[in-house]
Design a protein around this ligand. Structure first.
Ligand code: NAP
Ligand code: GDD
Length: 344
């Protein structure tokens, strides 16, 4: 089996690629040219699988329709997982055109390539709970109305709907995974969970004094990325293409996350967290709580990682990372790039 994965260098890109390689797939991934190295997450997979031809990487971009077309035509994958996006909600307010373009041009290009292929290629679209807008405290499922509140979410609603349009109009096997927030030790460091656990690791190691955050009252349904990519895979193996929510069915505030993360190392978050209005958004999604019962009954998918074990896993990894940073700092091989550094 051949899978084509966009966004292979991202958090989900790593976990999904690992899962597919473990299942014996050949994985073809797109990477972007960057002035610095951007394959850090998948470097271990590159070392293990690239030489044997099981992992192949190509320069491309969701906005470069011709390169995506050429790749799909020549690779003829069995499955496409479209994970790529400018995925940071706050950044989408600053770069609205680029953020929405990636979710408009990318999916249409890939769906057109699927439609025009002689092969029956399955297509997965990375939809998001952000599309719901988090207006009230209802539990959200596949039938809930979308009320997008950011350029990011508007782009994702487009990608979601166009996938349905191609499914219904041309009989394409196109699925939308409506995933609630999922985190891991590989989460980007500007998302709130990782920002907190990175700070906890450094504060514990006396490398950082404080961390600045925005809205502590926002509530999210946070799961573990490793569990969620299993759900993506199951959606693509289901007999009928459809849309499924993946969520834990529990929601917690940013404050609760911070409290638990600092507690893991015996500290009180109130001594270290500063509120900074720079981290407030023009329009906030206040509350997200998902209902994963359709994924459970139809796919047999279940969240396996509890909130407390997710926080623990992330803190443990980031304490170790900070210990390594400390050694490098002491040898003069690293300069602090984080906020409120303690200079030794
Ligand atoms: P991520 O870590 O930010 O990874 C995003 C990936 O997209 C990276 O590989 C990035 O490449 C790539 N990318 C960005 N712009 C691109 C472009 N114009 N062309 C090609 N590639 C581009 O995101 P993630 O957390 O793994 O999420 C994966 C997908 O699921 C995203 O579409 C996200 O919106 C969606 N989603 C995520 C969550 C979540 O909680 N994680 C929940 C729901 C939906 P670089 O490495 O070069 O930047
Ligand atoms: N990033 C960030 N930084 N968020 C903060 C901060 C901060 O310093 N302080 C408070 N927050 C709040 C945000 O205002 C938001 O309400 C919440 O923490 C979560 O923010 P993020 O971790 O940036 O994630 P997100 O929920 O906006 O978006 C993520 O989940 C979506 C699924 O619901 C991303 O992964 C999206 O790509 C994904 O679609």
């Amino acid at each position: 089996m051949k899978a084509f994965v966009t966004g292979v260098t991202g958090q989900d890109g790593f976990y999904l690629t690992k899962l597919l390689l473990d299942k014996g797939y050949q994985v073809h991934g797109t990477i972007r040219r960057s002035s610095s190295f951007n394959t850090e997450r998948i470097d271990p997979l590159i070392s293990e699988y690239e030489e044997g031809g099981l992992l192949k990487l190509y320069y491309s971009d969701l906005l470069d329709s011709s390169s995506l077309n050429n790749l799909i035509n020549s690779i003829e994958p069995d499955e496409i997982y479209n994970l790529a996006a400018q995925s940071h909600v706050a950044v989408s307010f600053k770069n609205p055109l680029y953020s929405t373009q990636t979710s408009v041009v990318g999916p249409i290009t890939l769906l057109e390539a699927v439609k025009n292929s002689k092969k029956d290629i399955k297509y997965y679209q990375a939809s998001s709970s952000e599309m719901f807008g988090g207006i009230d405290s209802n539990t959200l499922n596949e039938n809930t109305k979308f009320r997008p509140k950011s350029p990011y979410a508007v782009g994702k609603v487009f990608a979601h709907e166009i996938t349905k349009v191609y499914r219904e109009s041309y009989g394409i096997f196109g699925v939308n995974g409506i995933l609630f927030n999922h985190e891991s030790p590989l989460r980007g460091e500007t998302f709130v969970t990782r920002k907190i656990t990175r700070a906890v690791g450094r504060i514990k190691n006396m490398l950082q004094e404080k961390v600045t955050l925005g809205n502590l009252e926002a509530s999210r349904d946070w799961g573990f990325a490793g569990d969620y990519v299993e759900g993506m895979y199951l959606m693509m193996q289901h007999s009928i293409p459809d849309d499924w929510v993946l969520a834990t069915g529990e929601t917690h505030t940013v404050k609760e996350f911070a409290e638990l993360a600092f507690n893991e190392v015996g500290l009180n978050y109130q001594d270290y967290v500063l509120i900074d209005s720079r981290h407030q958004r023009p329009n906030e999604v206040n509350y997200l709580l998902g209902d994963p019962s359709k994924a459970k009954s139809e796919l047999g998918w279940e969240n396996k990682t509890s909130f407390s074990s997710l926080v623990k896993k992330m803190v443990e990894e980031d304490v170790l990372l900070a210990e390594r940073e400390k050694v490098l700092l002491e040898k003069g091989l690293l300069k602090p790039t984080w906020e409120y550094p303690i200079k030794n």
